[in-house]
Every structure is written in C-alpha cells, then in structure tokens.
Design a protein around this ligand. Structure first.
Ligand code: GRF
Length: 200
C-alpha cells in the first residue's frame, strides 16, 4: 500500500510509522507533505530518502490542485495526517473518500475541533479534570475531528500534575496506535458498515 503522510511539525508519528517493522513489509511512504516550507518532520523524511513537498501560496509550493494530481500519480492508497494542522479542502477529501485518516491526541468527540491541537488539547483535558485521556484515529471528513472513529485507546491521567504529563502519556499511545491502524487498513481489515467502522 502506498501512503502519503501529512505533517506540520515534529514528526514523531511519522517516525513511528517508518520505524515499524510490521509496516515495512506492508506499506511504502511515497511522500511527506507539509503546509510549512520546512519542519523537523521533513528532516526525518529526508533521512529515509522520502520526497517532501510543501503546499501553499509561497514560491516553490504546490497548490492543492497540483497536490491531488501528484497523489494520484504516486498511486497513493492512503493519506495519513500525522500532526497536520490545516483543514483539507473539500476537493482533496472528495478525491480520497474514506482514504484519509487523522490522529488526534484525545478521546473524540470530546476535546476536538478548530484550535484543538497540540498543547491546547492537553491543557483543555487537564482543566476539565478528566480522569482519562487517550488517542483517536479517525477518518477525515470536511470539518475538524468529526469523521468516523476507527480506533481509540485510553490512558489513566487521574494522578497527573500538568498538561505536559498528559501529553507524555498520550504520545506514547499515539506511536503504537497509528502504525496499528495503518497496518489494519493495509491488510484490508477496516470496513465501514452503516456509520460504524469495523476493525477485524
Ligand atoms: C500529535 O499529538 C498528533 O496527535 C497531533 O499532533 C501531534 C503531532 O506530533 N495531531 P508529531 O508531529 O507526530 O510528533
């Protein structure tokens, strides 16, 4: 299965995908795409000799229309949003219907939506006094964090003293959960029946 990974920053989830021994036999990361001209995740991609592309209005960046053509040319089967901060345009979502997944660092449908990314999520979870948090992998639709949920995993946060402590616990789960979901999709074990996503 050919995948493209979309990133905006650090790239630790991209690294988790590239480091997964199980995925090596199942998927090839054909491209890493960012809304930034450069970001740490691009360095990770380059260290694996994976081509990187920036999207946007600046010189040398691809427009979304061009990106869709590139992704089709590369025969991308799955787009993985791994810390990508921008909302995807409808044309891209339509071109890859049910072939785009996102990882979110909380238990959706709580603590999602516009502005709910990175430290903002963990701060909101901390301030709510929630006793569990976790990670969610979901299909991407036209709005932030609202697509059908594929898999979630929880972590106990009843004893944490800061949002940073929540972030540390959640990111460990993310690094297991995202490669797991990519593997299940590559093996054809994920299907949508009515509105429920079944993972075998
Ligand atoms: C992760 O917490 C992910 O859930 C969220 O953005 C963060 C990206 O981290 N969407 P990284 O760039 O993969 O290290």
């Amino acid at each position: 299965m050919n995948i493209a990974v979309f990133v905006s920053g650090r790239g630790s989830n991209l690294k988790a995908i590239l480091a997964s021994e199980e995925l090596k036999e199942l998927v090839e990361v054909k491209a890493v795409i960012s809304d930034k001209i450069s970001c740490p995740a691009f360095q990770i991609a380059k260290s694996f000799s994976i081509p990187t592309y920036s999207i946007g209005d600046k010189a040398g960046c691809l427009k979304y229309r061009e990106l869709i053509i590139l992704l089709l040319d590369l025969r991308i089967d799955l787009i993985v949003l791994a810390g990508f901060l921008k909302l995807l345009p409808n044309e891209l979502v339509n071109a890859f219907h049910n072939k785009i997944i996102n990882i979110h660092p909380a238990l959706l449908p709580s603590f999602g939506g516009r502005g709910m990314y990175g430290p903002n999520v963990h701060k909101a979870v901390f301030e709510s006094s929630a006793k569990v948090s976790g990670a969610t992998v979901h299909f991407v639709d036209y709005t932030y964090d609202t697509g059908n949920i594929i898999v979630q995993r929880c972590v106990d946060i009843s004893d944490v003293k800061s949002p940073e402590e929540i972030a540390e616990r959640v990111i460990k789960i993310e690094h297991e959960l995202l490669p797991y979901v990519v593997k299940k999709i590559a093996l054809g074990k994920v299907s949508i029946v009515d509105k429920r996503v079944i993972v075998l």
